[in-house]
Every structure is written in C-alpha cells, then in structure tokens.
Design a protein around this ligand. Structure first.
Ligand SMILES: NC(=O)c1ccc[n+]([C@@H]2O[C@H](COP(=O)([O-])OP(=O)(O)OC[C@H]3O[C@@H](n4cnc5c(N)ncnc54)[C@H](O)[C@@H]3O)[C@@H](O)[C@H]2O)c1
Length: 401
C-alpha cells in the first residue's frame, strides 16, 4: 500500500538524502545552540490550510519570525500562503514530498499544521534535520505515532532543539495557576472527574471516494484524523489528564454514528476511565448539533473542593482553599500567541526541556484508549493498548508523490 511520501522513503534513506543535500552541514552553531535573541527565526510552514495560514499570521505579526519556505499537498494552498507571507515561488513545495523538500532547506524551525496522521513522521524528520518544531494537536492518530512523537521530543532535547505542542489551555495563566494549586493539594485528594466536549460544528460528511478528496476532507477519515475523540475532544481530555496527572489504567466506552453516513467517523462517545488510586473520569463528547453552546469543560472533585475549567469561560477552584480565577477570554487566539512567544523564548534562551511533549503523549494516548474502548463497546486497558501497538494506515493510492 502506498503511504505518505515520507513513509515510502525509509527514514534512514531520507536522513541520508537530507545529509547529502546538506541539510545537516548548513546548520550554523547558532541554529543548533539557540538563535540569537534579536534575529528573526527562519520558519517553514508545513500545511497551509485553515489553521496553518491562520497561525502563520500570528507568528508573522510578532516580528520575531520570518517565513522562508512553505509546503502543502495542494499547489493552490501553498501559493496562497506563500503570497501572503512573502515566500518566493522557489521555496513553495507541493505534493506528498513537499515536507521532505522543505526540510532540505536552511531553516531554523518548522510549524506543522497538517492532518494528524502525518504529524509523527514529519515531526521526527524535522527534528532529525536540525529544526525546532512547533506542532499542532493532536500529535498522532495511533499508539506507534504517539511513541514516535515521544522519541522525537527526546531527540530534540538531546540535540538542543525546541519541540512545542500547541495546546492553548496549557498556555493560559489561569489554567496554569489553578492546575498548579490542585497539584499542590488545594482540593485535597482527588476523587472523581468529568470532562465534556459538546460541539455545534463538525459537519455531517462522509469520507470522499478519491485519494485527493480524502486529503482535503481528512477529518472524516479515521486513519487521517484519529476520529472526533482524538482530533477534537482531545482538548478536554488533555485538561483532565493534566489535572489528574497520571495515565489511565483502563477505559469502558460506548458511542456511535447516528448523525453521519456509514463509513465516516463517530459523532458521539461516552467513556469512563479508571485512574490510579480509584479516581474515576467520566467523559462525553458529541458534535454536529445545531445551535448548541460549544464546551471544552473539565471538573475534578477532591476531598476539599473542586476545580472547574472551560476553554470558552471560567477557570476557578471552589472549596476550603478557593481560587477565584476568572474568564479566560479568547483562549483560541491568546493561547496560540503565548505558545508562539514561548517557542521563540525557548529557542533564543536555549531551553530544551520540551515540557509540552510528555503531557501531549499522555492525553493523546488517553483519547486513543477512549476511542478503542468505544469501538469495542467494552473495556480496554492501557497496558493492552500499548502492547497491541496498532498502526492506522490511510489509503493514499492515487495521491501524487
Ligand atoms: N485549536 C487548535 O489547536 C486547532 C484548531 C484547528 C486545527 N488544529 C489542528 O491543525 C491541524 C490542521 O488542521 P486544519 O484545520 O488547518 O486542516 P486543513 O485541512 O484546513 O489544513 C491541512 C492542510 O494540510 C495539507 N496536507 C495534507 N496532507 C499533507 C502532507 N502530507 N504534506 C503537506 N501538506 C499536507 C492539506 O492540503 C491542507 O491544506 C490539525 O492537526 C488540527 O487538529 C488545531
């Protein structure tokens, strides 16, 4: 089966090719050991769709970055982004090999905004060719993908490179303060948690019949998106896993496809997770319901109080040791802006601990565990999920290399 351009070329061969093309030798010590504080970081944008072109604007408006190359499967998208961000035509790459060709360029860092299936391989290749990495959630669609990201994060730290995963909640000061207080014991010992993701969007589509159509409407293709629970609801599971600060032991799931045609991803899941110490997390998500208020909420109860978080509202703690908190405002934008600013700070001050990688692997695995428990209509343990190590492979026959 034909897969992504990066996959069709074994990694060793790709790295050898990249080295032959000078991708390693052109790296200046400045790039490897931290870009000078006052120089613009040279960026490559991989994935010039909705999020890619939007977030590139946020990078550009800081004045701290300059886009020097861009890549997308579709020429019209790479041209639109290239024109908008002043990337010369010769540095705009299309088709499946576009990422690989971009990584052969002299760049300090890359911003990866492609469908999740491609994230692990593209991120690992970027780290391997000396680039700092800014990566969209979710990091992967399957367990092997999560492990590749974990490996890429470790490699980045070892090579003195920055690897940042863009979750907006983990960048917000109110979230950071409230969660730190919980970890310090302000709500006592944890008992039970809830996380929810009702969403009015998502559409009611089915996977297109053609390979290129699938790349355009990748969200409806399980192997490309990881399904709704991984691709979207990860935002609330990520907060729950962050607060609970542990891997779940097992999950019992249900759900299905009542709003979408056969063959598409699911539209609702209900999953109960068991965490160490007898802590229970009850999670639900549903999409494509008109006119409802979107929520990315999480509530965790402890022996002394409760933390509440909402991506579109308030963050606070009630109980014996309360935290007034407040409204997070436009977290969609401000969270990304903080991540963009911190990405630059880490690069220029040489901070390579890459603390967003571990939590992103954990929450992504948690979402995959919930998906698999839902699909199987029963219980799946974390241990068996890891042991199974099942890889999802999209059908990309007919896509141009
Ligand atoms: N709040 C958030 O953090 C947030 C919001 C929106 C999207 N995202 C994430 O951003 C990523 C992109 O989502 P989007 O909404 O921009 O999707 P999109 O479809 O609008 O853009 C993805 C782009 O990637 C291109 N592409 C597909 N395969 C490619 C490949 N192998 N190499 C290069 N380009 C390829 C597509 O042509 C498309 O232009 C996803 O991971 C999504 O979850 C995050």
């Amino acid at each position: 089966m034909q897969t992504s351009g990066l996959q069709t070329l074994p990694r060793r061969a790709f790295l050898a090719q990249a080295a032959a093309a000078g991708a390693f030798t052109i790296l200046s010590p400045k790039t490897v050991f931290g870009t000078e504080a006052n120089s613009a970081v040279e960026l490559g944008l991989i994935g010039c769709g909705g999020r890619g072109s939007w977030i590139a604007g946020l990078f550009a408006e800081t004045g701290l970055y300059r886009f020097a190359a861009c890549a997308d499967y579709f020429q019209d998208r790479v041209d639109a982004a290239g024109q908008k961000f002043g990337v010369p035509a010769a540095k705009r790459f299309s088709k499946l090999s576009s990422c690989q060709r971009l990584l052969e360029q002299k760049l300090d860092a890359v911003v990866i905004e492609t469908p999740p299936f491609f994230h692990p391989e593209q991120a690992l290749a970027a780290v391997s060719t000396g680039k700092h990495v800014f990566l969209a959630k979710p990091i992967a669609v399957d367990v092997p993908g999560c492990q590749t990201i974990a490996e890429a994060g470790r490699l980045a730290t070892a090579r003195k490179q920055v690897f940042l995963v863009d979750f907006q909640t983990r960048a917000n000061p109110l979230y950071r303060e409230a969660v730190a207080r919980v970890h310090k014991g302000d709500i006592g010992s944890l008992v039970m948690a809830e996380a929810h993701y009702p969403w009015n969007s998502g559409g009611r589509g089915s996977p297109p019949a053609t390979a290129e159509g699938r790349l355009r409407s990748w969200y409806y293709v399980l192997e490309l998106s990881g399904d709704f629970i991984v691709e979207q609801s990860i935002h609330s599971l990520d907060v729950a896993a962050w607060i609970l600060n542990a891997d779940p032991i097992r999950a019992v799931g249900m759900g299905g496809r009542k709003l979408r045609p056969a063959g598409s991803i699911w539209d609702h899941f209900a999953v109960n997770y068991a965490f160490p110490g007898g802590v229970v997390l009850s999670f639900t998500c549903i999409q494509s319901i008109p006119e409802i208020r979107d929520e990315i909420t999480c509530r965790v109860f402890g022996s002394e109080g409760m933390i509440y978080t909402d991506y579109f509202g308030e963050v606070y703690i009630r109980g014996n040791d309360p935290f007034k908190g407040g409204n997070v405002g436009n977290l969609y934008t401000t969270g990304a802006q903080t991540n963009i600013r911190e990405f630059h700070q880490f690069i220029t001050t040489g901070k390579y601990e890459n603390p967003t990688v571990g939590p992103s692997v954990r929450s992504n695995m948690t979402a995959i565990l919930g998906r698999e428990a839902g699909y199987r209509g029963g219980e799946v343990t974390w241990e068996s999920l890891v042991k199974e190590n099942r890889k999802l492979e999209p059908d990309l026959r007919g896509v141009q290399a």
